[in-house]
Design a protein around this ligand. Structure first.
Ligand code: SF4
Length: 461
């Protein structure tokens, strides 16, 4: 594969699948020479760079099949993207609030730069640190969101292919808007902005659907490709199947103990970004749902024996750079993952997309973007975020909340106090607030994160 950012992820997916398929359930059982014999020197060069805690966590039976099926779908997305680039299809840089299905319907290649920031940080010990440091040398402030700064430098270093244009909703934040404008400017390509209204009423949504139509027309004019109904329907049907499992999984999470491990939540977010990428995407949510259903029906838990459950709502999110943390807090403190601000996708709001016509599908996809986690809650009144989190906390029966806010999300730092007051007053549950960089593990070093979590959970045990 020509571009290193894409190869880094695709080859990591290979190794995750091989490792899990080997049957090893601990890092000690892993036959590393046999695993590397399946790959190339490039695979071998990557393995020592993977977070060892991630390898430990992904081999555990509670996590392994979910991570394996997710890795297969992610690899499908990257390999398909690589093929389209080789075939010289028009390449569009897409902000991840936008539905990938539309780009498959248009038969163009769609690169999701932020998805790579997320998964590379989650996979490798030094993640995207080199690119982040380079962006600061270039003059970008340290407090600007790392999700976009890393791709900016990856483009400049040739680790990513150069798109012919970028498309982006103006939500969620100034940080992403300005960095994407700068990236487009540096690469000398246009950025098409889809105006996201502040309001969430019917009039605002109608305006937003028109904006999505204008984006499609712009791409059609720029590329000569047109929307094909059957191509679009195929992709939307895969996402509908994926989402249906996710809704059922949410219902299962209301059981005590929660039967679905916490590491899946960030994968759910990444999977939503890659909506419609492959027929293997619904298999990921099918596996996680079936495993959780089996645990619930048999009355078994993945928590260590005798560990009291602490149902924890992450009102921001658990951090992508420490994907393994979901596993660690379960085993250490019995903290299960009740939900988070980045994976809150209520069925009664989103539902599934009506596939009867191109128009119904475009409207359904626009509705999903309108309610995409960061889009719905960031560029809006604080009541939306507050009510969403209170609703989840009540439905799941949260025992505690953690606001691990991304330092780049400056617009959201009014929320922790409002959230902790509401949780204290309405539900009588405690909240811990901590500041992290979701992509750069150096901002709040791992030891500090672990000691803060230990202190918090220690008071609840
Ligand atoms: S993580 Fe926060 S700062 Fe970064 S793009 Fe999302 S809303 Fe913006």
């Amino acid at each position: 594969m020509k571009y290193d950012y894409m190869a880094r992820m695709s080859r990591a997916c290979d190794m995750f699948v091989w490792g899990i398929d080997s049957g090893a359930t601990t890092i000690e059982e892993l036959d590393i020479p046999a695993l590397l014999a399946k790959g190339t020197d490039y695979h071998a060069s990557l393995l020592p760079k993977v977070h060892p805690e991630l390898i430990v966590a992904l081999l555990k039976p509670k996590n392994s099949q979910g991570i394996k099926t997710f890795s297969i779908a992610l690899r499908d997305y990257i390999e398909d993207l690589g093929r389209r680039i080789e075939q010289e299809q028009p390449l569009i840089g897409v902000f991840p609030t936008l539905p990938l299905e539309l780009f498959y319907g248009l038969d163009v290649a769609a690169l999701l730069p932020e998805l790579f920031s997320l998964v590379i940080a989650a996979t490798y010990k030094t993640g995207v640190e080199e690119e982040l440091d380079a962006s600061e040398i270039e003059g970008l402030p340290g407090h600007v969101c790392a999700f976009q700064k890393a791709p900016l430098m990856a483009f400049q270093k040739g680790l990513f292919p150069k798109p012919m244009m970028f498309v982006k909703t103006t939500a969620p934040c100034d940080s992403s808007n300005i960095t994407m404008q700068y990236t487009a400017h540096q690469l000398g390509v246009p950025l098409y902005g889809i105006d996201s209204p502040y309001y969430s009423n019917r009039r605002a949504f109608k305006y937003f659907v028109d904006e999505i139509h204008r984006m499609i027309e712009t791409i059609e004019k720029a590329t000569g490709h047109t929307m094909d109904e059957d191509r679009l329907r195929q992709r939307v049907e895969w996402t509908n199947a994926y989402m249906s499992n996710l809704y059922k999984l949410f219902e299962l999470r209301k059981n005590r103990p929660i039967p679905d491990p916490g590491m899946h939540r960030l994968l759910d977010l990444a999977a939503l970004m890659m909506g419609g990428c492959s027929e293997n995407l619904p298999k990921y949510s099918e596996v996680t749902y079936n495993e959780a259903l089996e645990r619930q029906q048999k009355g078994i838990s993945f928590l260590p024996e005798g560990k009291k459950e602490i149902r924890t709502l992450w009102t921001g999110s658990m951090f992508p750079y420490a994907l393994y943390l979901g596993d660690w807090v379960e085993d250490m403190y019995g903290s299960t993952y009740a939900g988070c601000g980045l994976t809150n996708l209520p069925k009664d709001v989103l539902g599934v997309i009506n596939t009867s016509s191109v128009e119904s599908m475009i409207e359904g996809l626009a509705w999903r973007t309108f309610n995409f986690p960061m889009h719905r809650t960031v560029m809006s009144h604080t009541d939306v975020y507050l009510n969403d989190m209170l609703t989840v906390a009540k439905e799941i029966g949260a025992d505690a909340a953690i606001y691990a806010g991304n330092m780049g999300c400056k617009h959201s730092w009014t929320m922790p106090k409002l959230l902790s007051d509401a949780f204290g007053e309405e539900l009588n549950i405690p909240t811990m607030t901590m500041e992290v960089d979701w992509v750069d593990g150096r901002f709040t070093p791992r030891d500090i994160v672990l000691s803060q979590l230990s202190e918090f959970f220690g008071t609840l045990a």
